[in-house]
Design a binder for this molecule. Structure first.
Ligand code: H2B
Length: 93
């Protein structure tokens, strides 16, 4: 199982990921697109990297906005897996 990151490690990782914020045991970002189709296309793009990583974001869609939340459930908090996938998702937006 991936190791939980310390508060300090989490802060350091967040410095490398502008737009992402910590909310307790998760990190999240709201991505905004031109319209609903843009939002859905973004969600479709992240399916393959999430499946490849075996790590899956919580996803909420509200017309042109997609909220992505990441946490490592089996570790009970944030691990390297969350930051790795967050970087990949950022690159797809
Ligand atoms: N996704 C996320 N975000 N956190 C997890 O702990 C997690 C997951 N666990 N996807 C994976 C699936 C696990 O249940 C399987 C067995 O790999």
């Amino acid at each position: 199982m991936a190791a939980l990151l310390t508060d300090r490690q989490i802060e350091e990782q967040l410095l490398q990921l502008p737009g992402w914020a910590r909310t307790g045991n998760e990190i999240e970002q709201v991505f905004t697109f031109a319209d609903f189709l843009g939002a859905i296309a973004f969600v479709n793009r992240l399916v393959e990297p999430a499946e490849t990583a075996g790590h899956h974001p919580d996803i909420s869609i509200s017309w042109n906005k997609v909220t992505i939340r990441l946490s490592t459930h089996d570790a009970g908090g944030l691990t390297e897996k969350d930051f790795s996938l967050a970087q990949q998702i950022t690159d797809l937006a």
